[in-house]
Design a binder for this molecule. Sequence first.
Ligand SMILES: CC(C)(COP(=O)(O)OP(=O)(O)OC[C@H]1O[C@@H](n2cnc3c(N)ncnc32)[C@H](O)[C@@H]1OP(=O)(O)O)[C@@H](O)C(=O)NCCC(=O)NCCS
Length: 340
Amino acid sequence: MTTRPTTIAGVGLALRPPRAEDADALGQLVGDVDRSHDVVAGWVRRWERDGFGSWVVAVEDEPVGFVGVRPREDDIALTVRSTPAVAADGRARAALRLAVADAIEWLPDVPLRLRVAEDDPTTRAVAESSGLVHVPEDDHEARGTRWQVLESPYVRTFTTLPPRARRSLVDLWVRVNDAGGAVGFVAGAPREDVEAEVERREDGLASGHLRGVGLMTPAGDLVGAAFLRTPTTPLQAHIRSVESVMVDPQRRGASLGRHLMAGVHRAARDEGVEILTLDYRDGVGLGQFYAKVGYTEVGRQPGVIRVAPGDDRDSVLLWRRLAETPAPDQTGAQEEPERR
Ligand SMILES: CC(C)(COP(=O)(O)OP(=O)(O)OC[C@H]1O[C@@H](n2cnc3c(N)ncnc32)[C@H](O)[C@@H]1OP(=O)(O)O)[C@@H](O)C(=O)NCCC(=O)NCCS
């Protein structure tokens, strides 16, 4: 049986559920120690009731911040607060990224929204680097403050590609290739070649061997895609291979890859899948990315990918058990030269 993780390990921090004794530290953070006991007691109750809720950002188990997670009628409201030191060294951003990916993978499938005071560019930058996008039509004024609303990307699976979606996928794939992405082509590959590959994928979608996973902006634009392939032998009905993981090259490093993989894991788990495998082309830092989302290297075929004459790369086989709770960022210690 798969259980949702209740602690998420990051680099130099962890997200864990709140405890009553966190109240003083969290109260000092927001400058309201009196009220914080009630607030934290409410958080603890919500975790007990729903099995999820606001996270405490902890360093060596001591609270240094929180990521508020509050389900509302039609969305989940996020907030992020941390000590200045944790905000300054990027760990507040890391905490929000982990919380958003966790929500995409496990929480009710509703928009995740975070509101930021107009005069708070620091929090807005943290939110944007965690993949959230400003949705200006949701901006509003409340209690004398102008608020901007940012929303997370969302994940949709697909088994057909209507013409507009097919065009968006081909556009994305071509841009990813041209930016040096390792998704079956080299930079400058003709659009027609990508179109032909997408057509083959459509055959796979139609026959049920493939399932597509798309990552969309709040406005519905495709910014990431991946495929889950079902092996042909019934002996492997419990596994899928993950293929063609790609995000908009203009938005790399903004956590979209992490969120896309969270959606891939959710989609696979929904089908009862227990194990995922994946091949990647060595030499572009992908090992570090996949280690951060829970994969372990289990094999390597030296030199089988010829990117150009004299530039042969290894094909690396990765594996992840979905039923287990990985400690994602702890595995990120496997170093690999970055050639992004
Ligand atoms: C691989 C890819 C999907 C990652 O997406 P992304 O949005 O840039 O990655 P994220 O911002 O979610 O990164 C998640 C973590 O992995 C790390 N990471 C991502 N790409 C990395 C790289 N090339 N080298 C080292 N670390 C990397 C990030 O630093 C981040 O760590 P942090 O959260 O601790 O800061 C994206 O770079 C891509 O589309 N590449 C081209 C296509 C491709 O080669 N796909 C692989 C097919 S096997």
